[in-house]
Design a protein around this ligand. Structure first.
Ligand SMILES: C[S@@+](CC[C@H](N)C(=O)[O-])C[C@H]1O[C@@H](n2cnc3c(N)ncnc32)[C@H](O)[C@@H]1O
Length: 453
């Protein structure tokens, strides 16, 4: 199906809020798989869903224990497939050894290049033409105005990794003499498509089932099975029965409902980076706090264990609570050995002292303001990429997490007459965004404990 038709269908799905059956789009894939000993889609039917895009719908009620799909192992694409291809000799000779992801990505790019001559064409045609991981953001979108630090550095890291792997892929191709690759310098776009096809769609596979070069080789693409979308609440398992790879659900689905599987207990940042989407109200979500926003006095650094600096639905992570606690100790308290308490106190005990509560209240407001400012800058962009729009969705989810702890109470004029927001927090403190300091930073004043936690 062409891009325009797919867009039209998607718009219709969003407008009607009902799934739209798209089996015909995948009829070629299904027919091709059937000719390769696949028994067929069984109770499933591809459909376009309003909230999650293309996925699989159940045609009849499914009970816990039902086998969702059973795919012949011969249809899985793993590094073993790449090793059996004309890339095999170069992959075997590569030093240091390449990763399974690189081998499969390169194999995919090569098969796409073969076009109609590829024996895998129906599968390749079923793949999305682009993805929405941050590596698909426009270069100008990877900026500190638009993305908070944790997301920006992860996105930049993803791009650097991609470019390094592209360089290796190019070296490997130069060592082959495959007719269709003569004079071909694989482009960043071709390689990126292969890389994120693997990233967003591969399943884990026991290496003994598809022995490859790589001892840690545990990924495989599974045609049709890779149409399942993710739900954090889905429970399922995989197994190999004879020469088939199967997924078994532990959930119940009614007829006409989308059937989900579970990609793992990922927070939304991980889902965005690895798969290019976020889940609304993801219970795993936690908002990263830049380390430089919680500086530690030199004397406290020895007692600071490594740990996540995040704020989740239940409050500050242990690592963040420890840092705030250590930063809030007076010299006398430190001299009295209070820093060692961090090893035995729970997060809520660490954040109980008023100095810590006040620092946390100011931090919460600073984070809210920072995310809002990134979102405002994103919305002002004339043509944001699809990938940046998913980044916006992540920031909105993060704001929702923070809004469980802090909210705008009122707006009132300060001593200088300028009207500024005042925030209430679950810590019982009121935070005012005060005037900007000389160095340009906003300054947050914690005024009084007025709001009951
Ligand atoms: C294994 S594929 C699933 C099939 C895919 N939707 C398709 O059209 O081919 C994984 C991709 O599906 C999308 N996806 C999966 N679960 C989702 C969800 N709960 N919400 C939105 N998109 C989801 C993401 O783009 C992800 O990278």
């Amino acid at each position: 199906m062409g891009r325009t038709k797919r867009h039209r269908l998607r718009n219709r799905a969003y407008a009607t809020k009902k799934p739209i059956i798209v089996s015909s789009e995948l009829a070629e894939l299904v027919g091709w798989m059937r000719r390769r000993r696949w028994s067929g889609p069984g109770p499933l039917r591809p459909a376009l869903f309003p909230d999650t895009g293309r996925g699989l719908l159940s045609r009849r009620p499914l009970r816990p224990g039902a086998t969702l799909v059973s795919i012949p192992l011969s249809l899985l694409v793993s590094s073993a497939t790449a090793l059996r291809s004309e890339l095999g000799a170069a992959l075997r000779a590569a030093r240091p050894a390449v990763s399974a992801q690189l081998a499969v990505s390169l194999w995919l790019a090569l098969e796409r290049r073969r076009g109609a001559d590829s024996g895998w064409r129906p599968y390749l045609a079923s793949l999305p033409s682009a993805y929405t991981t941050p590596a698909y953001c426009e270069p100008r979108e990877l900026s500190a105005d638009l993305l908070p630090e944790a997301l920006l550095s992860a996105a930049r890291g993803q791009r650097r990794l991609l470019l390094r792997q592209l360089e290796r892929a190019r070296q490997l191709l130069r060592q082959t003499s495959i007719p269709c690759t003569a004079g071909w310098e694989i482009s960043e776009e071709e390689f990126r498509h292969g890389w994120f096809t693997v990233n967003t769609r591969a399943v884990f596979l026991d290496p003994s089932l598809a022995p490859g070069l790589f001892s840690e080789d545990n990924l495989a693409l599974a045609p049709f099975l890779d149409l399942f979308n993710h739900s954090p609440t889905a429970t399922m398992s995989s197994r190999v029965v004879g020469d088939h790879y199967e997924l078994v659900t532990e959930d119940r689905f009614s007829a006409g409902e989308q059937v989900f599987i579970n990609y793992g207990p990922h927070d939304n940042l991980r889902l965005l980076l690895d798969y290019g989407f976020v889940v609304p109200s993801n219970s795993q979500d936690a908002v990263p706090v830049p380390a430089e926003w919680v500086p530690l006095p030199a004397a406290a650094q020895d007692n600071s264990p490594a740990g996540d600096l995040t704020i989740g639905r239940s409050g500050a992570s242990w690592g963040l609570a420890v840092r705030l606690y250590l930063a809030g100790l007076t010299a006398a308290e430190r001299a009295a050995g209070r820093a060692a308490d961090v090893w035995r106190l729970a997060p809520e005990e660490l954040t109980a002292p008023s100095a810590v509560r006040r620092a946390l209240a100011a931090l919460l407001v600073r984070l809210v303001r920072h995310l809002e400012s990134c979102l405002t800058a994103q919305r002002a962009l004339p043509a944001p990429s699809d990938a940046l729009q998913v980044c916006s969705a992540l920031l909105c989810e993060w704001l929702l997490v923070l809004q469980g702890h802090v909210w705008e109470l009122a707006r009132r004029p300060g001593a200088d007459g300028v009207v500024r927001p005042v925030y209430g927090t679950r810590l019982g403190d009121v935070v005012t965004v005060s005037a900007t300091r000389e160095n340009g930073e906003e300054c947050y004043i914690v005024e009084k404990a007025a709001v009951k936690p």
